[in-house]
Design a protein around this ligand. Structure first.
Ligand code: ZN
Length: 358
C-alpha cells in the first residue's frame, strides 16, 4: 500500500480585510514587463466596490469571465492562447470568484506553460511542468477549490479535473468580507457542497485520522451555521470560509462519494452547476447517507431553499446512458463510498433508477 503524498497551498492569508494586502503579496512575484492577469467572475462587472480595489500596475489586466457554465477545456485553451500571443509570459494569474473562477485561474495558469490542450491533461498526474504563479481569492465559500489539487473542467469527452502536484495555488487570500454579499441561494448551494464533502469524506472507506480531523471540524461548522444559528451574520461568513478550507483538506486525503459521482453526470449532460447539482442529487441519497440527508433536508427547510425537481423528466435513453458513463468513470469516488466491491451494487440499471427520480 502506498500513501498519498500531496502538495498543499504554499501561502495563506486569512482575515477580514486582508484583500487590501493583495498588492504587497503580488509584488515580489512580478516579472519585468509581464502583467498579472485577474480573472474575475462577471457577477462583479458592474460592482465597482470590489473591482476598484483590484491593484493594477503596468499592463495588468482584468478579464471578466462568465460562470453561467462551469469552466470548459475550450474556454481555458482560448484564454491561455490569447494571453500567450499577447504577452508571451505573464507574472501570474489571479482568480477572484467562486469555485468555477478559482478552477479557471488554476487551469489557465497551468496552460501558460504546458503545451497542447487542457483536455490532454484531464486525469491524474498528466501535467508535465509547473504553471504560471497563481493566486486564488474566493468570493463564495464551500467548494474547497481554494485548497484542492485539481481544477475541474468539462471537456469533449468528460467532466474531469487536471489533478496534479502543480495545480494547487501558490497563494490564497481568504477575506470573509468578500463573501459577505453573496446571493442567498448561491451561498446555500455552495455551502452545501462543503457539507456534502464532509458527509462523503467522514462516511467513506478512505477515511483516516488526517481527513477525519479536518472533516469533523468542517462538519461541525456547517451544522452550526446552517442548522443551529438563526441568522446569517459576519461570524457565519468567517466560519463558512474556514469550513470550506477544512472540508477541502479533508477530501484531499480521502475522497468524495456518491453525490459527486452522480452530480458530475448531471453537470456533463445538462450543464447543472456543481453546488445545485449536488443538492439535487443528495436530496435522493438517504439510502447511502441517512443522517447527512436528514440534516440536509432540515437545512433546506430552515433556509427556505427550492431544490429543483424533475430535471431528468424528458431525457432520452441516450442521455441517461451518457450520464451513467460519466458517473461510472469515477471509480475512486464509488470505491470510497462503498468499498472495493462497489460494482456489485452500482449497476447501470441502479444508476438509471436513481437518475430517473431527480
Ligand atoms: Zn464538491
Amino acid at each position: 500500500m502506498s500513501f498519498k503524498n500531496f502538495p498543499m497551498v504554499r501561502m495563506v492569508v486569512y482575515g477580514r480585510g486582508c484583500f487590501a494586502q493583495t498588492a504587497d503579496i503580488l509584488a515580489p512575484h512580478r516579472k519585468k514587463d509581464k502583467p498579472f492577469i485577474f480573472l474575475v467572475d462577471d457577477f462583479f462587472k458592474d460592482k465597482s466596490a470590489l473591482t476598484n480595489r483590484i491593484p493594477l500596475t503596468g499592463d495588468d489586466e482584468i478579464i471578466f469571465a462568465s460562470t453561467v457554465y462551469e469552466p470548459k477545456t475550450t474556454q481555458v485553451d482560448g484564454l491561455a492562447n490569447t494571453l500567450k500571443e499577447k504577452y508571451g509570459e505573464v507574472s501570474g494569474v489571479i482568480g477572484i470568484g467562486g469555485g468555477s473562477m478559482l478552477d479557471l485561474a488554476k487551469a489557465v495558469a497551468l496552460m501558460m506553460t504546458n503545451t497542447g490542450s487542457s483536455a490532454d491533461y484531464q486525469g491524474w498526474d498528466l501535467v508535465k511542468v509547473p504553471g504560471a504563479y497563481h493566486v486564488g481569492i474566493p468570493t463564495l465559500s464551500g467548494t474547497g477549490a481554494e485548497v484542492s489539487r485539481t481544477t475541474v473542467l468539462t471537456g469533449p469527452e468528460r467532466k474531469l479535473g487536471m489533478n496534479s502536484d502543480y495545480t494547487p495555488f501558490d497563494q490564497i487570500i481568504l477575506d470573509p468580507d468578500l463573501i459577505k454579499n453573496a446571493p442567498k441561494n448561491q451561498r446555500f448551494y455552495t455551502g452545501m457542497d462543503c457539507y456534502i464533502h464532509c458527509v462523503e469524506s467522514l462516511t467513506g472507506t478512505y477515511l483516516n485520522a488526517f481527513s477525519r480531523a479536518y472533516g469533523e471540524k468542517a462538519n461541525e461548522l456547517c451544522e452550526e451555521i446552517f442548522l443551529h444559528k438563526n441568522d446569517w451574520d459576519d461570524d457565519s461568513d468567517e466560519k463558512l470560509m474556514m469550513a470550506s478550507y477544512l472540508g477541502g483538506m479533508s477530501i484531499a486525503y480521502s475522497q468524495v462519494g456518491v453525490a459527486h459521482a452522480l452530480s458530475y453526470g448531471l453537470s456533463f449532460l445538462l450543464g447543472t452547476k456543481h453546488g445545485i447539482g449536488n443538492c439535487i442529487v443528495f436530496d435522493h441519497l438517504a439510502e447511502f447517507y441517512p443522517e447527512g440527508v436528514r440534516n440536509f433536508k432540515a437545512m433546506v427547510e430552515k433556509h427556505g431553499i427550492d431544490i429543483p425537481k424533475g430535471i431528468c423528466a424528458n431525457l432520452s435513453d441516450a442521455d441517461f446512458e451518457k450520464m451513467i458513463d460519466v458517473a461510472l468513470f469515477l471509480a475512486p469516488l464509488w470505491e470510497n463510498a462503498l468499498g472495493k466491491n462497489w460494482r456489485d451494487t452500482i449497476t447501470r440499471k441502479k444508476l438509471r433508477e436513481m437518475y430517473e427520480k431527480m
